[in-house]
Write a protein that binds this ligand. Structure first.
Ligand code: MTE
Ligand code: MOS
Length: 764
């Protein structure tokens, strides 16, 4: 397939690409600004808005009383009041929103709203939640085999505990929405949302309307990364309430610090494990406890925890495995989807255990890892996950050996050992880490998609699908799918902003499934259209209908390609014959089922595989490290667009590396976020991107047993997990400061301080 540029590449670099907050807004659009709680947990005793409402430009202060429908935006449970009624549950929470002519006026007035609080006890960490038994929902569990007996009988038994830090999404475009109620009373929303249908439903709920009275559009996002899967909804909802009362268009656009204070992040986890193996490093069993910090409300925590629980195996076969999961209820922002959706935290624990085992035994970690890969025979027990889904098409062993070879792993290992032997203050480390990532939403019903295709009588085409564009290149891939399916050039096709009045009942663009699901729906819509055009072409070409081919903007008989008719002419003829030129397409992923109660089923259509080799150098005096080289080999199948996939792999890797090495969230003792700006919250910048960064796409030759769109594989999230290679390489370098091989406890993120402390512990 021809490599196409990202459909907005030029607009991105020239600054012409418009985002939700930059679209021309009606004159007189009003702005909102929150009144924030200074306490993490407090009872609201009284609120006095009279001074604020007398300030210049102020329309009114919106509170719970102003909600015409249900005062709740919870996506799964209804446990998330839009405006708190009697209590606040995290520091910075919006207790009211000021509506004013300008954001500056609203912000000034917000300071004049007087709220009286009675401060209550706040629970600010997973540890505190465990001590106080503060949890959301019941525990969940997945078990295979007789874990206790396997643990008791094994010659090697280990225990460990590790804390995994959270991560702010730091999308370039912060949360933004605007809402206007049109002349027909239809609520028109433009939002930076990954899930326009859910935004539509939540706004309808809050306004007390049926869904058909609300339309939500999303043109493009300046990044979502999971942070706009549910958490765009409250901001659209508050703008909708304001538009409802004022009759004006209303916008919300969060300044960066507000965005960081108000929105949830990647879930921090506390993990404990008991691990059993033999002396060769072959795994026998594990019992793992995962506690996710859900924050104040449930949001998406249950499915995030589920995904973590079905990824604690990563690529490894545990003959017996028990995973217990809980969601801590804390007085912090409600944690949410973030690239990988719990999968990275699960995989983190797998890699922690494998590393612990290898160093405990004094074996090379890469050997212990490879020894425990799922088998190639999915019908055999060693090809079966703990949730009873066989690992089919296991590319990993082949990919792994290819990467070891291509990256010269063995000779670099030797060179590093030689370097370390003569370098007391600086040590180098190297590690290879695999990833196996399940593709599909765990929640089976989300695995469906729709498309709407309009062909105009002049031969031009509008394409609508249910997915949203957040920079990941989905629209570009979808254009390519439509062009290929119709045999026309992409320039003929206009991709339309995602809108709930074009394609209804869509799923979030998430779980890396955007191209898989929407691509199939688009292909179906195109095939329906082609079949309508076929008899007309046959007539014009004077051939049999089944012999018509659609290529290069023409229809032609298969065996006489020279005798052809242009797509424009064909469409005009179809119109003249009164043939409908508008089609829909629909797709649902076959064969999926999942029982959240038993934790068993077949939740994934297939697995994505990849591996990365990282080489680092650590300065023992400061704990600062440099990345010397990264090699990645990732399986994207027959890529729909190799440049875009490469961008996803590079970007995902760097984002994962940021999570694991420099992005550190800190709260003070009262639960106020201290790291709410780029000056205090360090995301990776160009300086941290390895200069020697080698990304290759894996080419598999196995026959494909699953039908994915043109043979491509999902790529949005899995490469984030490859950042773990940096963590493991750092651990390797740190261990070189010690005398003998032993487990190296390393905090996450592995900041310079954390690395320095790890070296100190080792060298005592
Ligand atoms: N890439 C960019 N540039 N911006 C993003 O916000 N989000 C990631 C990933 N890649 C994201 C991104 C996440 S969390 C997901 S689930 C997928 O893209 C969603 O898009 P897809 O399903 O089309 O891959
Ligand atoms: Mo991605 S976390 O599934 O939006």
């Amino acid at each position: 397939m021809n490599p196409m540029k990202h459909e907005s590449a030029r607009a991105h670099v020239t600054g012409r690409a418009a985002y939700a907050d930059e679209l021309a807004m009606p004159q007189g659009t009003l702005s909102l600004y929150p009144v924030q709680s200074p306490h993490a947990h407090a009872r609201i005793l009284s609120m006095d808005c009279s001074d604020a409402e007398r300030m210049p430009g102020v329309w009114r202060v919106l509170t719970a009383r102003d909600v015409p429908g249900e005062n709740d935006t919870g996506p799964i449970l209804h446990d998330e009041p839009l405006f708190p009624v009697d209590a606040v549950h995290y520091c910075g929470q919006a207790v009211a929103w000021v509506l004013a002519d300008s954001e500056a006026q609203a912000q000034r007035a917000a300071q004049c709203v007087r709220v009286e609080y009675q401060v209550l006890h706040a629970c600010l960490s997973i540890q505190q939640a465990v001590e106080q038994e503060s949890f959301h929902l019941a525990p969940s569990r997945i078990v295979r085999g007789d874990v206790q007996t396997a643990l008791d009988d094994a010659p090697v038994q280990l225990r460990g505990e590790v804390q995994i830090g959270g991560q702010d999404h730091f999308y370039l475009e912060t949360q933004a929405s605007w809402v206007q109620i049109d002349s027909e009373g239809i609520v028109q929303i433009v939002a930076s949302t990954q899930h326009p249908t859910e935004t539509q439903i939540i706004v309808a709920r809050v306004l007390g309307l049926a869904a058909h009275r609300v339309v939500c559009r999303s043109l493009r996002m300046g990044g979502g990364f999971g942070g706009k899967e549910t958490q765009a909804n409250p901001f659209a909802a508050v703008a909708a309430v304001a538009a409802w009362h004022s009759g004006r268009a209303v916008r919300v656009k969060l300044p960066r610090s507000l965005d960081m204070q108000l929105t949830g992040k990647r879930h921090p986890f506390l993990a404990r494990y008991e691990l059993a193996a033999d002396h060769s490093g072959q795994l026998r069993a594990a019992r793992i406890e995962l506690i996710a910090d859900g924050g104040w409300s449930c949001d998406l925590s249950p499915p995030v925890l589920s995904r973590a629980m079905v990824h604690v195996d990563n690529a490894y076969y545990f003959p017996a495995l028990e995973v217990n999961g809980r969601i801590a209820r804390t007085h912090l922002p409600s944690n949410t989807a973030f690239r990988g959706f719990g999968g990275p935290q699960g995989i983190f624990v797998a890699e922690e255990m494998l590393s612990h085992l290898a160093r405990h035994l004094g074996l090379p970690p890469e050997q212990v890892r490879a020894r425990n890969f799922y088998g190639l025979d999915a019908a055999h027990a060693s090809g079966m996950t703990h949730y009873d889904q066989p690992v089919r098409d296991n590319d990993l062993p082949e990919l792994w050996w290819q990467l070891l070879r291509d990256s010269d792993f063995a000779s670099r290992r030797e060179a590093i050992d030689t370097f370390n032997a003569t370098s007391p203050k600086r040590k180098r480390g190297i590690a290879i880490v695999p990833v196996k990532f399940g593709i599909s939403f765990n929640k089976t019903e989300y695995n469906q998609a729709g498309a709407l295709l309009h062909v105009y009588a002049d031969g031009s085409i509008q394409l609508n699908h249910g997915g949203t564009e957040m920079g990941q290149g989905l629209h570009t891939k979808m254009l390519a799918v439509a062009a290929r399916s119709l045999g026309v050039s992409p320039s003929r096709i206009q991709i339309m902003p995602t809108s709930t009045d074009k394609v209804p009942n869509t799923s979030a663009t998430a779980a890396s499934t955007g191209a898989d699901l929407n691509g199939q729906a688009i292909k179906a819509a195109c095939e329906t259209l082609r079949e309508r055009l076929r008899p007309i072409a046959a007539e014009l070409l004077d051939c049999a209908a089944q012999d018509v081919e659609f290529v290069d903007d023409h229809a032609q008989p298969r065996d006489v390609p020279a005798k052809r008719v242009s797509f424009d002419k064909l469409v005009a003829a179809a119109y003249a014959q009164r043939i409908s030129l508008s089609t829909t397409g629909y797709y649902r992923t076959p064969g999926l089922h999942w029982d959240p109660t038993s934790g068993k089923g077949h939740p994934f259509y297939y697995f994505a595989f990849g591996a990365a080799v990282a080489e680092v150098e650590v300065d023992g005096l400061t704990g600062v490290h440099t990345l010397r080289r990264i090699d990645i080999l990732h399986d994207v199948g027959d890529s729909l667009n190799a440049d875009i996939d490469r961008g996803q792999i590079e970007g995902g890797f760097v984002q994962g590396m940021g999570w694991l090495t420099c992005e550190e969230l800190r709260w003070n003792a009262q639960g106020r976020l201290l790291t709410d700006a780029p000056s205090t919250y360090k995301i990776p910048s160009l300086g941290e991107v390895p200069t020697d960064f080698r990304v290759r796409l894996f080419h598999r030759e196995l026959p494909r047993s699953t039908e994915v769109i043109f043979g491509s594989k999902a790529v949005g999230e899995p490469p984030l997990c490859l950042g773990l290679s940096v963590r493991e390489a750092l651990r390797d370098a740190v261990s070189a400061f010690g005398a003998e091989s032993r487990h190296v406890a390393l905090a996450s993120p592995a900041t310079p301080e954390a690395i320095f402390m790890a070296i100190r512990t080792l060298t005592g």
